[in-house]
Design a protein around this ligand. Structure first.
Ligand code: ADP
Ligand code: ADP
Length: 229
């Protein structure tokens, strides 16, 4: 069953066509990787998914329903999607633990005790149990990105959106982030991943969508995309 369906999505910035007409879907429990040259529209499509970008044409379905137009509706949809950005975007004046508890506390109205319990378990899951009381600036990029993943997971999302999650990292910390993502995939999380990491796409993606200049030029199972001459 599709969690996200893009039906003839079109997106322009003024006269510039960032996405011509894109049709694709993301089934439950599937990892879909969006690949292709820089500027080909991958990130733009990802950002339409949770209405960070508005579409000008076509239809976007989440859980079988069109994205709501109201602010309240969009807020609710965003709560059900976790997003991880290229530059982490952690709260610099909060500790690692507080970065993870703040969403569940303020949005989901979870008790402080429960939020902490969840955060500790998630930090353990991403291999950062010993960093709970540190501030983001004291962590490596790879560690910060793993905190960002834990923070998104704390909201118990139905789908995770990753926008070039390793592009800003030092090469030696890329692997630890990709490993966390791979484990998440193995646990059955539905994921949409914009990435230049072809080895990750080849090994982890169930479905690969190849972009060029605002359109999909090819999509299919990873084996088909990468192994055909
Ligand atoms: P259909 O209307 O037959 O589903 P599509 O062009 O959407 O036509 O899909 C063609 C084939 O690709 C079908 O076998 C479909 O199951 C498969 N497919 C499309 N998108 C995905 C996806 N995200 N994951 C797995 N299989 C997919
Ligand atoms: P990719 O993720 O494949 O690198 P993007 O989706 O970021 O590509 O960008 C697609 C195109 O849209 C690029 O040419 C980019 O310059 C343009 N673009 C992206 N965001 C904006 C914006 N806010 N205003 C104008 N043009 C934009």
């Amino acid at each position: 069953t599709p969690v996200v369906e893009y039906r003839s999505i079109r997106k322009q910035y003024g006269e510039f066509v960032a996405i011509g007409s894109v049709t694709a879907r993301v089934n439950k429990g599937e990892v879909v990787c969006l690949i292709g040259p820089s500027g080909s529209g991958k990130s733009t499509l990802l950002r339409t998914t949770n209405a960070l970008e508005q579409i000008q044409g076509g239809e976007l379905l989440f859980d079988g329903k069109p994205l709501p137009a109201s602010k309240a509706g969009i807020r609710q949809v965003r709560q059900r999607m976790g997003m991880v950005f290229q530059n982490f975007e952690l709260f610099p004046h909060k500790t690692v633990l507080e970065n993870i508890t703040v969403g569940p506390r303020t949005v989901l109205k979870v008790s402080e005790q429960e939020a902490r319990k969840r955060a500790v378990a998630l930090l353990d899951k991403v291999g950062l149990a010993d960093k709970a009381d540190k501030y983001p600036a004291n962590l490596s990029g790879g560690q910060q990105q793993r905190v960002a993943i834990a923070r998104a997971l704390a909201m118990e999302p139905e789908v995770m959106l990753f926008d070039e999650p390793t592009s800003a990292l030092d090469p030696e910390t890329i692997g630890e982030v990709l490993n966390v993502m791979k484990r998440l995939a193995e646990e059955g999380m539905t994921m949409i991943v914009v990435t230049h990491e072809m080895t990750f796409a080849r090994r982890v993606a169930d479905w690969v969508v190849v972009f060029d200049r605002g359109n999909i030029v090819e999509q299919g199972p990873a084996a088909q995309i990468f192994d055909n001459p």
